[in-house]
Design a protein around this ligand. Structure first.
Ligand SMILES: [Mn+2]
Length: 331
């Protein structure tokens, strides 16, 4: 087991928070594998120190500073910086097999059985199920594969601008060649899928093992009141994060991670996102007070917004409301 590891990537201090929660969630579920965090140069030293407390190995990946082909590749395709940083996971050749997990994922139960799978195993992407989602995948570190991935990036670019596009082009037979490389969806459950197929979520959601907070707004963009255990919305709420998983993320972050950050940051300020009602009463009040109610929209308008993927997930189209409606149909 010592030659197998979970690997994640944090490119800034926000994603570092995600990586901290992810690592802690893997530990809470007693993984027997090693934990590796790749960090970019923009992650502050106290954040790296917190990561070192949770992860067995924290590795700085500075593509700009590297003497390898990634540096050359980056000069030709500067837009693919984060992608090349992610591909560095293939250079961890002191491990025979690894599971990569995005920093915006959260583990809900032990998933060590993923190491029974081979490269490249991943779950379908909810938006285009013939593509795999690159938020969770099993791979074999290899400098040769790493080199080929960089070459492929330069040659063909990325059809979605990120690593998922490159990886799907590179492992192009994933959809058809070997069903054992299709991870069940419960290893990479994204909220967007919950809303697009709610009855399936009601049927299978309880088996979820990994939640992936896909989309622009991430758990760390919210604020959290630990006293009332409530998550407060983000003003530009185009989010589709499931409130139940969002709360789980914040519960872990506020109880296990924030204390570590307080120790490492010391007198240096850092953004925890936690609302401390007792200490800064007036400031806290501003954070917890609800935003003004949105103007009422017609059901036609609402329908077209929904169809454009702009559901009011925290309000009228909240999971609870949809569930209530669905229950009334199913009765
Ligand atoms: Mn992600």
């Amino acid at each position: 087991m010592a030659d197998q590891a979970y690997v994640t990537l944090a490119t800034n201090d926000n994603y570092a928070k995600g990586a901290m929660v992810l690592g802690q969630s893997l530990k809470n579920h007693n993984t027997s594998r090693k934990l590796v965090a790749l960090v970019g140069p923009n992650v502050a030293e106290p954040s790296r120190e917190v990561l070192r407390k949770i992860y067995d190995e924290v590795r700085l990946v500075d593509v700009l500073d590297s003497q390898d082909t990634a540096h050359l590749a980056l000069m030709k395709r500067p837009d693919l910086g984060v992608t090349f940083t992610k591909f560095h996971c293939w250079t961890l050749t002191h491990y025979s097999k690894c599971v990569f997990m995005d920093a915006d994922t959260l583990v809900l139960s032990n998933i060590d059985e993923l190491f029974d799978r081979e490269e490249l195993s991943a779950a379908p992407d909810p938006g285009w199920p013939d593509c795999f989602n690159s938020g969770v995948f099993v791979f074999h570190p290899s400098n040769e594969t790493y080199g080929k991935l960089l070459t492929a990036s330069l040659e063909y670019g990325s059809f979605d601008g990120g690593d998922q596009g490159v990886l799907n082009s590179f492992f192009s037979d994933w959809a058809t060649a070997d069903i054992s490389k299709h991870l069940p969806f419960i290893y990479n459950l994204s909220s967007i899928a919950i809303y697009s197929y709610l009855p399936a979520f009601k049927q299978y959601g309880g088996d979820a093992k990994v939640v992936h907070f896909l989309g622009k707004v991430k758990p760390w963009n919210y604020t959290y009141d630990a006293k009332t255990k409530s998550v407060k919305g983000h003003s530009q709420d185009d989010t589709n994060l499931h409130p139940h998983y969002l709360l789980q993320w914040w519960d872990l972050f506020s109880s296990k991670i924030v204390p570590l950050m307080k120790t490492e940051y010391g007198s240096q300020p850092f953004h925890s996102g936690c609302v401390e009602t007792e200490i800064h009463e007036s400031v806290a009040q501003m954070h917890v007070s609800n935003p003004p109610p949105p103007p009422q929209i017609s059901s036609q308008e609402r329908k077209s917004k929904w169809e454009q993927g702009q559901a009011d997930y925290m309000g009228m189209d909240s999971f609870e409301n949809i569930e209530r409606k669905l229950d009334s149909f199913l009765k």
